[in-house]
Every structure is written in C-alpha cells, then in structure tokens.
Design a protein around this ligand. Structure first.
Ligand code: NAD
Length: 272
C-alpha cells in the first residue's frame, strides 16, 4: 500500500540491472510513493536491455553513466535536473563489482589492477557521485543519499574478498560526505548494510548459498529481502528521517547483533 511518502520528490536511482536488483525494487517503490525518477546504469549494463522494461513501467528515462567516470556523472546530474525540472531530492548508489571475486582470485592472491577496479567501481564511485552532485549544484536542501553496503566491512567473511575493503571505504565515504553536505545544505548521507540477497552481484560471491543460509539462521527475523530493503530506503528518502545522517544502518533481521541461535547450534550439537 502506497503512502505518498515521496510525493513531488525527484530522485536518481543507479544499479537496476534486472528484476532481482535491489535498485529495481527501490525504483518501483519510489515511483509508487509518488516520486519522479531518473534511472542510471553503466552503458554496458544498459545494452542488456532489461532496464528499459522498468523504465517503461515507471515512466523514467535512463541516462547511461559509468560510475568510474566523472564526466559521465556530471552529465547524469545535469541532465537529470533538466528532465525532472529541478534539484534532486534523493539518490541511491547501488553499484558493486569486483573483478577479483568474479574471476575467483582470493583475498591472499589479489590481482592489484583488479583490486583498484573493485575499489573504484564499488566505493570511489560513491565519492565521485557526490562530488559531481556538488560541482553541478544538483542536490536540494534536505535531500537524502543512500548507498548499499554489507557487514563484511566490519567482520571477515571469507569469499567476499576485496569487496570487504570496498565496503569499508564506501561506509567511510558516506560518513565524510554526510559531514560536508550536511554543513553545506542539510543533505543527509547514510549507508544501509543489507542482508545477503539473491541478485546478480550477490550470487557472484563464491559460496553465496552458505552465506545466505548462515545469515538466515543467525537472524531472529531471517534475512531481509530486496523488497524489504527497498521499503527501508524509501523511509530514508522520506521526510520522516530528516535527522538521520552519517550512519551505517543495519538492515539485516538482527544478524549484526546476534551471537548464536538455536538453529545454528543445532548443527553442532551432539544430542541431535
Ligand atoms: N546482493 C547482496 O547480497 C547484497 C548485500 C548487501 C549489499 N549489496 C549491495 O547492493 C548493491 C546492489 O547490488 P545488487 O545485489 O542489487 O546486485 P546487481 O548486480 O543487481 O547490481 C549491481 C549493479 O552495479 C552496476 N554497476 C557495475 N559496474 C558499474 C559501473 N562501472 N557504473 C555504473 N554501474 C555499475 C551493475 O550494472 C548493476 O546494476 C551493491 O552495492 C551490492 O554490493 C548486495
């Protein structure tokens, strides 16, 4: 049920690759809540064509931008403002990719050129995005920016490889920009640390099924779905959370605060 939480707001949503993408769900929900949206993704992802289905359904243009290219990002903000008819009220950064993880290079055997790409695509792109928004004076006062993270920023999850470092950097970038943009024009910046979710990026992680099942059994509420994550993002874009900023917010069914659960213990208990 829609509540009109984003009525009249203008937003940019990155990272909708296919129906499983978290960004896809956020875009659908933001539209249902009354927002006007511009979708963006890397030109290579756009060629796969699925994003056009979403664009049509929510009447949003798609502006291609490689998130590692400053000129693409500046163009994205300039054209989005033109299309939407004013400054931007919310931005979703939903971008992640590690060539090392993709090609099976473990944390103790990284290819450093790929490592740089991981950090550039998955973390520095968030900095670039916000710097481009500042250069083009694109964010409205009291606007809200969210990037998606994962708990491997704080704890070791073998298999997540160099993405762990990218997420730690992403969360730090969110805090820092939260300060600068908050002081400048009351913009809030947060990262949402989401449960393992069955998407293209998620299932690219070696042993993802294990991650997913372990988190499911360790979380009192179970894993949060992509739809649930979208709901949470909408609250952060809405005016109901105007003083939440510079936070890494766990959206994980309680996983991050759980020590152990009976379900997990059962796997080790001799009486079973
Ligand atoms: N799936 C999970 O388990 C999970 C858990 C926590 C956080 N996250 C994070 O959520 C975000 C979205 O991932 P998802 O799970 O929806 O998967 P996804 O594969 O659907 O989305 C990743 C997106 O990043 C885009 N991208 C890659 N390189 C890019 C570039 N150079 N420029 C612009 N866009 C680029 C891809 O095209 C894709 O749309 C990522 O930051 C991911 O790390 C995912």
């Amino acid at each position: 049920m829609a509540h009109g939480l984003l009525k009249g707001k203008r937003g940019i949503i990155s990272g909708a690759l296919n129906e499983q993408s978290i960004a896809w769900k956020v875009a659908e929900l933001a539209h249902a809540e009354g927002a006007s949206i511009v979708l963006t993704n890397a030109p290579v992802a756009m060629r796969m064509g699925e994003i056009n289905k979403l664009a049509e359904a929510i009447k949003a243009p798609v502006i291609g931008a490689d998130a590692t290219k400053d000129e693409d990002l500046e163009k994205l903000f300039t054209e989005s403002k033109q299309h939407l008819g004013g400054q931007i009220d919310f931005v979703l950064h939903s971008i992640g990719m590690s060539p090392n993880v993709r090609k099976g290079r473990t944390y103790d055997d990284l290819n450093y050129e790929w490592y740089k790409q991981t950090l550039d695509i998955s973390a520095m792109s968030f900095h670039r995005m916000l710097q481009a928004s500042k250069k083009t004076d694109s964010l409205a006062e009291w606007s809200s920016v969210v990037a998606l993270s994962y708990i491997a920023a704080q704890r070791v999850f073998p298999g997540y490889g160099d993405m762990a470092d990218a997420k730690a950097l992403l969360e730090s970038i969110g805090r820092s920009w939260g300060y600068y943009l908050g002081m400048e024009k009351k913009v809030r910046v947060n990262t949402v640390s989401q449960s393992p979710t069955m998407t293209t990026a998620g299932s690219g992680i070696k042993g993802f099924g294990g991650f997913y099942g372990f988190a499911q059994e360790m979380s009192p509420l179970g894993n949060a779905s992509a739809e649930a994550c979208a709901n949470y993002c909408i609250t952060l874009f809405s005016d109901l959370t105007k003083y939440v900023t510079m936070q890494n917010l766990f959206h994980d069914g309680g996983f991050s605060s759980s020590g152990v659960t009976p379900q997990v213990m059962a796997h080790f208990s001799k009486e079973e």
